[in-house]
Design a protein around this ligand. Structure first.
Ligand code: HEM
Length: 205
């Protein structure tokens, strides 16, 4: 059976970098030419949040695709995609703190406590922060098996991120519902893992 060669993986990584930087440039051009509509700040926060979520979903699609099509080298794309997801979410958070709160950290803490959808978003961001730091090779090697356990927390980040999105939306529930459907599909691909986790947590002799 055809196997994707290592050189193709390097090429795909280069395409991921190019696509990400082009999206950032496109976003900058939209801002610079005042083409973000009547409420540009909201539009910026939405664009960055959704892009981060898209990258997170693509990252989580890699393992099922690699297994289904027997292409183990695809796994090498997870790190770069996951890190880009974190970068977009950091920009999403920065846009909120900068443009909505004018860098008032006290107000940010107040908002996070007051609005549950922000509490969930912040919790998801904290998990992605931890996963990004521990994706550094030296740390990963030191963590040994614990690394795999920790990185399963990406499922929690996905669920928190999706609920945060659904909760933040004031009208038009079709799009967030599609995102929920896609997330459930990706989590369903891990049902074996969830079953064994359930057994180890609740069915111990
Ligand atoms: C993994 C973490 C996160 C994900 C995946 C995420 C994703 C999203 C998405 C997809 C939207 C809706 C975009 C739309 O309606 O088109 C959104 C809205 C929003 N998010 Fe996040 N977000 C995350 C974390 C955060 C954090 C940490 C904050 C700030 C503390 C935040 C603040 C907001 C705000 C203010 C909105 C707009 C709500 C409104 O329209 O009034 N998000 N987020």
């Amino acid at each position: 059976m055809f196997k994707i060669p290592p050189l193709a993986i390097t090429l795909i990584k280069a395409i991921i970098h190019l696509a990400s930087l082009s999206t950032l440039l496109y976003f900058y051009i939209l801002i610079d030419s005042n083409r973000l509509g009547a409420d540009p700040v909201k539009e910026m926060i939405h664009f960055l949040g959704k892009t981060g979520l898209n990258y997170l979903l693509i990252t989580l699609a890699i393992t099922p695709l690699a297994k289904r099509f027997k292409q183990p080298l695809l796994i090498r794309l997870r790190r770069v995609l996951g890190l880009y997801s974190f970068v977009w979410i950091c920009l999403h958070l920065t846009a909120f703190i900068w443009l909505e709160l004018n860098w008032q950290v006290g107000l940010l803490i107040e908002e996070i406590i007051k609005r549950p959808y922000l509490t969930l978003g912040m919790a998801a961001w904290s998990i992605l922060l931890l996963l990004s730091i521990t994706s550094i090779n030296a740390i990963r090697k030191r963590m040994k098996k614990a690394w795999f356990t920790l990185h399963r927390w990406v499922y929690v980040a996905l669920v928190l991120g999706i609920v945060h999105y659904y909760w933040s939306v004031k009208s038009g529930l079709i799009e967030p519902s599609i995102y929920i459907g896609l997330s459930l599909l990706l989590l369903n691909e891990r049902r074996q893992y969830f079953k064994s986790l359930y057994h180890s947590l609740f069915k111990k002799p």
